[in-house]
Design a protein around this ligand. Structure first.
Ligand SMILES: *[C@@H]1O[C@H](CO)[C@@H](O)[C@H](O)[C@H]1NC(C)=O
Ligand SMILES: *[C@@H]1O[C@H](CO)[C@@H](O)[C@H](O)[C@H]1NC(C)=O
Ligand SMILES: *[C@@H]1O[C@H](CO)[C@@H](O)[C@H](O)[C@H]1NC(C)=O
Ligand SMILES: *[C@@H]1O[C@H](CO)[C@@H](O)[C@H](O)[C@H]1NC(C)=O
Ligand SMILES: *[C@@H]1O[C@H](CO)[C@@H](O)[C@H](O)[C@H]1NC(C)=O
Ligand SMILES: *[C@@H]1O[C@H](CO)[C@@H](O)[C@H](O)[C@H]1NC(C)=O
Ligand SMILES: *[C@@H]1O[C@H](CO)[C@@H](O)[C@H](O)[C@H]1NC(C)=O
Ligand SMILES: *[C@@H]1O[C@H](CO)[C@@H](O)[C@H](O)[C@H]1NC(C)=O
Ligand SMILES: *[C@@H]1O[C@H](CO)[C@@H](O)[C@H](O)[C@H]1NC(C)=O
Ligand SMILES: *[C@@H]1O[C@H](CO)[C@@H](O)[C@H](O)[C@H]1NC(C)=O
Length: 463
């Protein structure tokens, strides 16, 4: 009886929330596209209505497929939300659909199947030419979508668990013939919100928005063991207008890596990552970067703004990784406000990253790295301030570093700055920089305009 009463109460709350949503849509319907923007869905269904069982044992692959197929029919009629209640919902990979919300309630955990046969093979990305781990096709991503608009993944901090251990073990044992799947990959999609959910133990990269526009990722927690292989947190790839804010990431690879395709495949596909805002990130990644630009950057990376970010026990802060054969560019990068606690290299640029898709990379495809500004950096327990390696005969230029205090670790290097094939200026930087980065006498640039990234605001709806 008690549980039935609770259900009734919950239904009443839902009805009220829907009524509020509906009335707010109605109230603002004079402004164009207000209904679409509001993000509260007209149709709401629970995974249990499609035969889902949250016992952590039985497979829900068919239930998710049925739910998405059914709810996709609502896309043109106010959209739909699929609610995943408290419980452990084991499933193989599944796809999302248009005008759709995946809502994970408090205590809800979607568990990825650990049976490899549940993960069909899919085509490699055109901008990579092959899988990232192995040549040829790749395993499906766990949650995926192509050519979608208006997708929201949210809830009351429920969890999407990749159960990656079997993949990591097989990867280390060299038992995988194909590339591991990512936990969430969206292709050619726009108006995406991922908010207030937790992602754990991805087989490989966690969130991979690729060829996307208008992506907001906020209040997201991403956790993986710090020695798990390639568990990057968030990798915006050939995507533009991406906002990542208030996220907490602990991982075995870069917390964030902005990418845009790999060598000749990325050059040919030619789609940059640009207009990216990353703020108030907290990162822990002892063997990788807080934010990496590259190493796959062959379609170009431009206009990246990183503001007020924190790293703890992380190898480097905002690192540029590239090399001969990549082509492309990294330019107009603005980093303002870094708080760094225990770090090997505060500034790290790499010009000989290696890792090529095959033997057909063009040795004349030299990346252009220029216009990289850093200001307002406090770091403590630092091993080395700057390891700055450009590319011989293709220097990294237009580097500006201002207002930096790096307090050294007891076992810090004697040589604090090692600079080769880089050019730029510094001001108010301690310890004293290398001669390649001469005195500027003024703070580094930061754009005055604000990046406008849609959807304009996070929806306030409850399911
Ligand atoms: C997801 O959609 C892609 C096409 O975009 C398709 O190839 C794949 O089979 C679908 N996966 C599932 C699990 O339905
Ligand atoms: C998605 O859009 C891209 C680019 O327009 C197109 O090449 C691709 O075939 C589309 N994929 C699907 C599954 O519709
Ligand atoms: C969300 O859940 C994760 C994992 O349980 C936890 O670490 C994090 O603090 C939670 N976030 C919020 C805002 O409650
Ligand atoms: C996530 O939580 C924050 C803080 O409670 C809230 O402002 C925001 O609207 C939520 N996001 C979504 C998509 O509901
Ligand atoms: C700072 O960024 C601007 C804009 O991209 C760029 O022109 C400049 O070269 C950068 N570095 C310096 C030293 O000002
Ligand atoms: C590239 O060439 C080397 C040496 O010629 C060969 O061992 C290797 O298998 C080749 N790699 C690919 C991906 O073709
Ligand atoms: C220098 O950076 C620190 C943060 O490390 C900041 O608090 C301070 O305001 C900055 N100083 C100037 C003059 O901008
Ligand atoms: C300083 O960094 C070293 C590693 O370089 C680490 O072992 C030590 O715990 C750190 N100390 C503090 C106070 O964080
Ligand atoms: C400085 O960097 C260059 C280029 O990477 C490297 O060859 C050299 O060994 C480094 N010097 C020291 C003292 O680490
Ligand atoms: C992205 O969002 C902005 C601001 O809301 C909007 O003007 C633009 O049309 C959106 N672009 C796409 C492709 O949805």
């Amino acid at each position: 009886m008690a549980s039935r009463r609770m259900l009734h109460a919950a239904a009443a709350v839902c009805a009220l929330a829907l009524a509020l949503c509906a009335s707010s849509i109605g109230a603002s319907s004079s402004s164009p596209a207000a209904g679409a923007r509001a993000g509260c869905r007209k149709h709401v269904a629970k995974i249990t209505e499609y035969g889902g069982v949250g016992d952590g044992k039985r497979s829900n692959t068919a239930a998710f497929a049925r739910a998405v197929a059914d709810l996709s029919r609502r896309a043109g009629d106010g959209g739909a939300a699929l609610v995943v209640p408290k419980g452990r919902w084991l499933t193989g990979p599944f796809n999302l659909t248009n005008h759709f919300t995946l809502f994970l309630d408090h205590g809800a955990e979607i568990l990825a199947s650990q049976k490899l046969e549940d993960w069909p093979l899919i085509a490699p990305l055109p901008s990579y030419g092959r899988g990232r781990d192995e040549p040829g096709p790749r395993y499906s991503n766990f949650i995926a979508g192509s050519n979608l608009t208006d997708v929201i993944i949210t809830g009351r901090n429920g969890t999407i668990n990749g159960q990656g251990q079997v993949w990591w073990d097989k990867f280390h044992a060299k038992e995988l013939t194909y590339t591991r799947g990512y936990l969430l990959e969206l292709l050619y999609s726009d108006n995406i919100i991922i908010s207030n959910v937790t992602f754990v133990d991805s087989p490989s990269w966690n969130l991979h928005p690729t060829y996307c526009t208008n992506v907001t990722i906020s209040g997201v927690t991403i956790l993986a063991p710090v020695h798990s292989p390639n568990t990057d947190g968030i990798d915006p790839d050939s995507s533009s207008h991406v906002k990542i804010e208030d996220c907490y990431i602990v991982s075995g690879d870069d917390c964030i890596a902005v990418k845009s395709g790999w060598d000749q495949y990325g050059i040919k596909f030619n789609k940059p990552s640009q207009h990216i805002l990353i703020r108030r990130l907290t990162c822990i990644s002892p063997t990788s970067a807080m934010i990496a630009l590259g190493s796959e950057m062959s379609g170009g990376i431009q206009d990246v703004r990183a503001v007020d970010n924190v790293a703890i026990d992380t190898e480097s802060a905002v690192r540029i990784k590239s090399g001969v054969g990549r082509g492309g560019f990294v330019k107009d990068v603005f980093v303002r406000g870094l708080s760094l606690h225990t770090m090997k290299w505060v500034f790290w640029m790499t010009g000989n990253y290696g890792q090529h898709p095959d033997n057909s990379s063009d040795p004349n495809a030299l990346p252009e790295v220029t216009g990289i500004n850093y200001s307002d950096v406090f770091a403590e327990n630092v091993t080395m301030a700057g390891r700055m390696e450009g590319i011989p005969n293709d220097p990294y230029t237009g580097i500006c570093i201002s207002n930096v205090t790096a307090q050294l670790a007891p076992d810090a290097k004697k040589l604090q700055w090692n600079c080769t094939d880089v050019k730029g200026v510094t001001s108010d930087v301690s310890p004293k920089p290398c001669p390649e980065l001469g005195a500027a006498g003024k703070p580094c640039a930061f754009p005055e305009d604000e990046l406008v990234i849609g959807p304009p605001e996070l929806p306030k709806c409850s399911y």
